[in-house]
Design a protein around this ligand. Structure first.
Ligand SMILES: C[S@@+](CC[C@H](N)C(=O)[O-])C[C@H]1O[C@@H](n2cnc3c(N)ncnc32)[C@H](O)[C@@H]1O
Ligand SMILES: O=C(O)C(=O)C[C@]1(C(=O)O)C=C[C@@H](O)C=C1
Length: 247
């Protein structure tokens, strides 16, 4: 389980492919996401802390779009509620394979961790069990926009009283000047983390067709339309934020 520095976009690509969560991305993903998403380590660790407040006995905690299971590992570090289990779901075969290896390593290092089931599948086709915590950590932005409300509605219906959805996303801003400022600041963040102008530009083009961020207002309205009663932002760093939505 070696993790390599992200150099995927360091050389000029004559024909840029759309960004995909494939084997190449899996190899560098921990480095890529930490250097690309301001606040990522803080968000991941605190999803575990928040989850411990919402977890209900004998219920499921979902990590949707789990990638290498960073959120699942945080849930297992913090949640001690009786009878809980984690279901981690991702539709990238390469991610799921590597995620299982990481979780086996966590199993061998710690005792009394929550049981975890890593499933390779589409979260849009998931048959949800009664859940007390659902985490969508930078996953909804990769779901087709017209599928987002139906997915959130099904998550809302699966949530038990006292549970919560934690939704982290890159944000877009309705105000053009604000959007330009935060985009520039995010580029400065990437530059400070060692990415070149070429890497930043090529990754941006590769993501253009596959990652479609919404504004905070769009998220709030859609979560309310899905049946959530409260939407509370708990973290923001530059143009990346995380919300708690209560049933
Ligand atoms: C940015 S990554 C999520 C990062 C991860 N949650 C973390 O905290 O490290 C987005 C993930 O969502 C997965 N994904 C995208 N669409 C999906 C879908 N329809 N069903 C399941 N997984 C999906 C991708 O394969 C990718 O691993
Ligand atoms: O917006 C960007 O430039 C990003 O790199 C963001 C982002 C994300 O938010 O998921 C995109 C793809 C990778 O998974 C890591 C980070």
């Amino acid at each position: 389980m070696t993790t390599q520095p992200d150099r995927l976009f360091a050389q000029p690509h004559s024909e840029l492919q759309d960004f995909a969560f494939n084997e190449d991305v899996v190899r560098v993903f921990p480095d890529m996401i930490k250097r690309s998403v301001p606040g990522y380590p803080t968000i991941v660790e605190n999803i575990g802390v928040l989850a411990a407040q919402f977890a209900q006995p004998n219920s499921v905690l979902y990590d949707l779009g789990s990638s290498l299971g960073a959120v699942t590992q945080a849930l297992r570090r913090h949640v001690r509620t009786e009878g809980c289990r984690v279901i981690a779901v991702d539709n990238s075969h390469a991610m799921v394979e590597r995620c299982r290896e990481y979780l086996h390593a966590q199993d061998s290092m710690f005792q009394e961790l929550l049981p975890v089931d890593v499933q390779e599948g589409d979260i849009l086709a998931l048959d949800f069990a009664p859940a007390s915590l659902v985490a969508l950590n930078f996953t909804l932005q990769f779901i087709e926009p017209e599928q987002r409300l139906p997915l959130l509605t099904r998550i809302r219906q699966a949530l038990l009283p006292g549970g919560a959805l934690i939704l982290s996303e890159k944000l877009r801003f309705a105000d053009e000047q604000q959007h330009a400022l935060l985009t520039d600041l995010h580029i400065a963040f990437k530059r400070a983390n060692g990415y070149s102008e070429l890497e930043i530009a090529q990754k941006r083009s590769a993501l253009e067709n596959v990652m479609k961020p919404d504004s905070l207002e769009q998220h709030r309205e859609r979560l309310l339309a899905a049946g959530f009663s409260q939407v509370v932002p708990w973290f923001q760093c530059l143009n990346f934020a995380s919300l708690v939505a209560l049933p």
